[in-house]
Design a binder for this molecule. Structure first.
Ligand code: ASP
Ligand code: MG
Length: 403
């Protein structure tokens, strides 16, 4: 007998039909003899709807009350799914965050789960029941209802898997798993059967959003195997675990891209200690994330060029910050707002020489100019002109045998 967490995302409980369907999946898993804890999201769109209700009262809606409001989304799904299970003869019961309780710390709207009391749920599992619990929320040590950040039901599922020491944590969603690139734009994308936490994090932060990144990080820290799978097909989905468990037959696992980047170059900046810190300090203060940074070797020993990338939406503010910064001197400031970032990701790259060369050669063959490069152990990223994004992704997908 296995103990499992089954987490259903918003689209998987997005309508009554879908809730009934999810209940059938749960029933099947339980008939296989598994002990099951179900974690649910709010019905698709519900959380947004609740947020806009609060906004129609005030853009500064009281944070405590916002959590009271937002936590109801998951409460609705819990009750409906439990009702649907009862209807098909399955013993199930919902447990609200404060009934369990799921203990959180930190501020309203942005709390973290720190523990859960196992007693009630363990008792219920031991008499053959299925426990249905709400994702995305908890209760503070003072008994205040909290939510844990958007997309937080994934984090709840991982926390339940850890605290209840379950055999698996299955994330039911509206896609069949993690893909080798964006299947909506590049139809040749292939579903990945197995992927390491690290690769998954690189691919999701680069646009292949399937699971909340911080939940994947937690799973990585505690070595909790995950499985992302579709609610709407029977297929296996993608298993995410420790890279030691993966046999890398492919050098590259996926090709990710983002199209909303911008690039800034400062020419002839003084080449002395502390200048880079002076340049970037105000960015941190203004909550602007710097992505890639490239500093050229100084040819005259006095000045150097620094190029860096940011999100496009931050471009205007960034230019303003640089122009206002009295602590730095440079000859020229230039920027491009029509660039995109293409990355190849693969834990197999570490042991395979020549990957960088193959990537650059492939882009050159397509006459795609590289504007900036950055590399890490399992990722190589380049900045190119936005118009060539699809061409570049297709080419790299092909030459690294992902088609
Ligand atoms: N319902 C919450 C949200 O939409 C949490 C979740 O679905 O994971 O952000
Ligand atoms: Mg979600």
């Amino acid at each position: 007998m296995k103990k499992k967490v089954l987490k259903f995302g918003g689209t998987s409980v997005g309508s009554i039909n879908r809730i009934v369907h999810a209940a059938k999946i749960i029933k099947k898993e339980s008939e296989l003899g598994n002990k099951i804890i179900v974690v649910v999201s709010a019905m698709a769109g519900k959380t947004n709807e609740l947020i806009s209700l609060s906004k129609s009262i005030s853009n500064n809606f009281n944070k405590r009350e916002l959590d009271v409001l937002l936590s109801t989304g998951e409460q609705i799904s819990c009750a409906l799914i439990t009702g649907a299970l009862s209807e098909i003869g399955v013993k199930a019961q919902s447990f609200m965050n404060w009934q369990i309780p799921i203990l959180t710390e930190g501020e309203n709207n942005n709390a973290r789960i720190i523990n859960m009391n196992k007693t009630k749920i363990d008792n219920y599992l031991s008499i053959g029941g299925i426990a249905i619990i709400p994702g995305y929320q908890g209760v503070s040590s003072l008994g205040e209802i909290t939510t844990i950040g958007r997309g937080g039901s994934d984090a709840t599922a991982v926390a339940v898997a850890k605290i209840f020491d379950t055999d698996s944590c299955e994330i039911y969603t509206d896609v069949e798993g993690v893909y080798s690139t964006d299947p909506n734009k590049i139809p040749i994308a292939k579903k990945i059967d197995k992927i390491s936490y690290e690769e998954m994090l690189e691919l999701s932060s680069l646009g292949a959003k399937v699971m909340q990144s911080s939940a994947v990080q937690t799973a990585m820290i505690y070595d909790i195997p995950l499985q992302v799978r579709s609610t709407f097909t029977d297929r296996q989905g993608t298993k995410i675990f420790n890279k030691e468990n993966i046999d890398y037959s492919k050098t590259v696992t996926g090709v990710a891209y983002s199209k909303d980047d911008a690039k800034i170059t400062l020419q002839a900046v003084e080449d002395k200690p502390g200048i880079a810190a002076e340049i970037f300090e105000p960015f941190g203060k203004n909550q602007i994330n710097i992505d890639m940074v490239i500093q050229n070797v100084s040819s005259d020993g006095k000045t150097t060029d620094i190029t860096f990338t940011i999100k496009r939406e931050d471009l205007e503010k960034s230019l303003e910050i640089l122009k206002k910064n009295k602590k730095i001197k440079f000859k020229n400031l230039s920027y491009k707002d029509n660039v995109s970032k293409i990355s190849i990701v693969g834990a197999g790259m570490v042991t395979t020489p020549g990957v960088t060369y193959r990537m650059f050669r492939a882009l050159a063959d397509e006459k795609i100019n590289i504007l900036a490069i950055s590399t890490s152990e399992i990722k190589i990223s380049v900045i190119i002109h936005e118009n060539s994004t699809v061409k570049a992704v297709k080419k790299l997908h092909n030459i690294f045998n992902l088609d």
